[in-house]
Design a protein around this ligand. Structure first.
Ligand code: 9WN
Length: 442
């Protein structure tokens, strides 16, 4: 943990320190995902960061989203990394091999991340229009101008990743899920056999020196092999299904997409694109149903599916709660909330704070310090609470808020936290952690 950090005394100080973290990570053009480990813009991080920024400056928040949109590919895909000029992250744009595939002048990766953008844009617009004046005007102008771009993004996801009628989006890399090494992907990754590839040197393990907090070298060789497979076909969407060794229907991303389509439809109706709203609502419905249909009646959790083997992946990870984001079924919601608050999740009495870990704390494969294999991620706490609040569940929002604020008072704005001790892990001063702190306080 960074030396400068110290326990925070009160919520006023928490807000000030969170603002300081975002200001320190701001390159002017973009707020990097983290100061040291991640010196670039990440797609879903940027959406959360924009929401956090909007509590200070709506103009700065919209600028962040504009910067992300400027990297959108001609296909409509929003890339998962927009590179700054800061060196030190691997794989860099050269290793990605996206030059030629990405639009002229854009330095990006060649995969996507979960589409939380419309949901957070709606949040920003609501905040700005409630404030009125210049903020309201800026948000309205931004929405009118950029809606066609967000709709293109959703159309790309629906058509190239979810056009098979399953109501589920396919990912070709664990990085696309945003939950890179979650046990969800162990089965599919076990079948990825890296072939001949250029040697590589990781930089993440130079920065997070306790290597047990990061994915293993074996995992990284598979990650890089998949990058090479994509680069070999020039990131051609039509060829990926034929060549990729990793193809998973990602239930959590699909739930995010269902909710985001609803949010985009609301914005489209409000800001001059109402003719697109029925299509967006139809996609919302399609993916809501797709997610609900994955639920294992035995465990009550939603499941991913390995496209290449047809196998369901029903491990007890946070992705199992995808219906909390998207479902329209009250019985399913009630059942999921019961599990969420039960002894395998936030009701585990051993927890430092009653917050959902990235895998169930009673799962035999739990690794409480390792990335998406056990730690608690502050950004997930806020996102799930936000989804519950949108359903009118103020009480659960309040409980998650209280626990999350208590967790953050230790002062490091960790990327993730050890569930039983509350120790901050991974990167410190992580931007989206600071951003959700500001959201909790807003
Ligand atoms: C790979 C930036 C990103 C997050 C992801 C998180 C982690 C990257 C990495 O950091 O992934 O995309 O290098 O480990 O898993 O969710 O967007 O914060």
């Amino acid at each position: 943990p960074g030396e400068a950090a110290y326990p925070i005394r009160d919520l006023g100080e928490l807000g000030q320190r969170a603002r300081d973290v975002l200001a320190a990570n701001d390159l002017g053009t973009m707020v990097t995902a983290a100061p040291n480990l991640y010196p670039h813009m990440w797609s879903w991080d940027a959406a959360f960061v924009a929401a956090g920024l909007s509590t200070m400056s709506v103009a700065r928040a919209l600028q962040e989203l504009d910067y992300l949109l400027a990297a959108q590919w001609n296909s409509g895909m929003i890339p998962h990394i927009v590179f700054s000029d800061v060196p030190g992250y691997f794989p860099d744009v050269e290793r990605w091999g996206t030059r030629g595939a990405s639009p002229e002048g854009v330095q990006s990766s060649g995969i996507c991340q979960p589409p939380v953008h419309a949901t957070l844009l709606r949040r920003i617009v609501e905040r700005a229009t409630a404030a009125g004046g210049e903020d309201g005007r800026l948000a309205e102008e931004f929405a009118r101008r950029t809606l066609p771009r967000w709709i293109d993004w959703h159309a790309w996801l629906r058509n190239t990743r979810g056009g098979d009628g399953s109501g589920l989006l396919t990912i070709y890399h664990g990085w696309e899920s945003g939950m890179d090494n979650s046990p969800r992907f162990d089965g599919p990754y076990s079948r990825v056999r890296p072939g001949e590839m250029e040697p590589f040197v990781r930089t993440d393990t130079l920065k997070v020196t306790d290597h047990s907090q990061r994915p293993s070298d074996e995992e990284y060789s598979r990650y890089l092999w998949l990058v090479q497979q994509m680069a070999d076909v020039g990131f051609d969407d039509a060829r990926l299904p034929k060549v990729m060794a990793f193809q998973v229907k990602d239930v959590f991303m699909s739930a995010i997409f269902a909710a985001a389509n609803e949010d985009l439809a609301v914005l489209a109706e409000q800001f001059g694109h109402s003719e697109e709203a029925p299509q967006l609502r139809q996609w919302s419905q399609e993916f809501r149903q797709g997610v609900d249909a994955t639920v294992d009646q035995g465990t009550g959790l939603a499941r991913d599916r390995d496209v290449l083997t047809g196998e369901w992946i029903g491990l007890p990870t946070i992705a199992g709660f995808a219906p909390l984001i998207s479902t329209g079924s009250q019985p399913l919601l009630d059942r999921q909330l019961g599990i969420f608050e039960g002894p395998d999740w936030t009701g585990d009495p051993r927890l430092a704070f009653p917050l959902p870990a990235s895998t169930s704390t009673t799962y035999e494969g739990l690794k409480p310090r390792q990335y998406w294999r056990g730690p608690v991620w502050p950004v997930m706490n806020w996102f799930l609470a936000h989804c519950l609040r949108r359903r009118g569940d103020e009480e659960r929002y309040r409980q998650l808020r209280e626990a999350s604020l208590a967790q953050l008072m230790e002062g490091h704005f960790g990327e993730y936290y050890e569930p039983f001790t509350g120790e901050p892990l991974g990167s410190m001063d992580q931007s989206w952690t600071a951003a959700v702190a500001l959201e909790w306080l807003a």
